[in-house]
Design a protein around this ligand. Structure first.
Ligand code: GUN
Ligand code: FE
Length: 429
């Protein structure tokens, strides 16, 4: 069944500018966009069902490239420490609670509901070391109809025994999830990839022995799975990695040695202090950056040089990094990304700060590329979209671009009236 949606369309095909199509149409079939046009007659519309969203904005849905589901209870608190003591004092004790499936169930449902509320239809998620509660989180995403790459976290050193798992148990746990949530459907099936899939997730080098890192790299290659972790977030962390892995030439190289740095699609969160050889290695390996400005501010980690990454040709998306980050709305993360880049620009007297189309592109088309053809309104892209009724913010003849900017800076979940993931309207209550 073909469907056509009419509204004001705003999206970023390219990094530096918005496409703005006033009162235009998107045709969707089998979850994918098959046509975008300003006049209905240029689409094959005869057998289509047409939905008119009037004066609303229609934009691609948000993608969160880095978030910790089991830190949801800690959102908006415990901001008085830097990364390493923050992990020991606040984060690990909370993650330990996810051995209890009842606890996991109540908080994971709330977490997924709030992602939905703020218009995030795809997320790259850290769970915990616990296989059963990770499976539960995957089922909750699946029931919701939202897209997620979910990682059972690998940890076996420098953490409480309750969060320590043997390499064998980690491997078995991952394999049971991989079996239950295959990376690909059978050949020729539609749509081509499942919405909820596992991702290999060593927490970070200090939490994983060389054997654990090696086992993670082997799983990624054997099952052709993507990889996520943390990289060069905090200066104490970087010094610790150098002490733990003295043979590696930089933090990124410590992952690379174990097949965890672009051997399969890889996203690394933060990269605040990435430069020189590490930056070159990321470029060479096609490793993506998840930029988490709120987390970098709250944990006093520093300001990531995102303009430099973009100029070098790295792919960058945005992450909320709950609970290092305090705000689950990727719209608000866009604002923080711009503001942080303005501070960076003043401090370093170099290059220019990030613009609105650039951060919008990072959150939509760029981050979306980690999930497939996601994040733009172009034929062949999956239809992930949000309808924004900004009438309460639009009281004085604003242009469409001004309306979008004001929604990003001033709006919240109340203006989002419809959410689509892979062509399906996702409803929750
Ligand atoms: N590095 C290792 N674990 C974490 C985490 O949970 N949050 C952040 N921000 N950095 C990390
Ligand atoms: Fe993180």
């Amino acid at each position: 069944m073909k469907r056509i949606y009419k509204a004001h369309l705003l999206f970023t095909k390219e990094r530096s500018r918005f496409e703005v199509l006033e009162n235009s149409y998107i045709a969707v079939e089998n979850g994918c966009i098959v046509g975008v046009a300003s006049d209905l007659s240029s689409l094959d519309y005869k057998s289509a069902e047409i939905t008119d969203f009037g004066d609303c904005l229609l934009i691609p849905a948000m993608n969160d490239l880095h978030v910790h589901a089991p830190q949801y209870r800690n959102q908006g608190m415990a901001m008085d420490l830097e990364l390493l003591p923050w992990l020991q004092n606040y984060t690990f004790p909370e993650e330990m609670k996810y051995a209890d499936l009842h606890y996991a169930d109540s908080l994971y449902r709330r977490f997924v509901f709030d992602l939905w509320r703020f218009g995030t239809m795809r997320a790259c998620v850290f769970a915990t070391v616990h296989t059963d509660s990770t499976r539960l989180l995957m089922h909750i995403f699946q029931e919701a109809g939202m897209g997620a790459l979910v990682g059972k976290v690998g940890m076996n050193r420098n953490c409480p025994t309750e969060l320590t798992e043997s390499v064998e148990d980690m491997t078995q746990g991952c394999e049971s999830l991989i079996e239950e949530f295959p990376q690909f459907y059978a050949q020729n099936s539609q749509p081509p990839t499942p919405l909820v899939r596992p991702i290999i997730t060593p927490r970070f080098v200090p939490s994983c022995t060389p054997e654990m890192l090696r086992a993670c790299g082997e799983l990624a290659v054997r099952y052709q799975l993507p990889v996520q972790s943390h990289l060069s977030e905090n200066k104490d962390e970087i010094a610790w990695v150098q002490a733990l892995e003295p043979e590696s030439s930089c933090y990124g190289d410590a992952y690379d040695r174990y097949g965890l740095f672009g051997q399969t699609p890889t996203v690394m969160a933060h990269c605040v202090w990435t430069d020189g050889e590490e930056l070159e290695l990321m470029k060479r390996r096609g490793v993506m950056v998840a930029h988490c400005p709120t987390s970098n501010l709250n944990l006093a980690s520093g300001m990531a040089p995102i303009r430099k990454f973009l100029e070098k040709g790295l792919d960058v998306g945005l992450g909320s990094d709950i609970s290092g980050g305090h705000n689950l709305s990727i719209f608000k993360v866009m604002v923080y990304a711009i503001q942080t880049s303005k501070m960076y620009y003043q401090q370093n007297q170099e290059m220019t700060f990030l613009t609105l189309p650039e951060v919008f592109w990072m959150a939509t088309k760029s981050a979306g590329s980690f999930f497939g053809h996601v994040g733009s309104f172009e034929p062949g892209y999956e239809f992930d979209a949000l309808v924004i009724d900004d009438s309460n913010l639009n009281f004085n003849n604003y242009s469409l671009l001004e309306r979008l900017e004001r929604y990003i800076y001033l709006g919240d979940d109340r203006q989002i009236t419809h959410r689509f993931c892979r062509g399906r309207e996702i409803k929750m209550q």
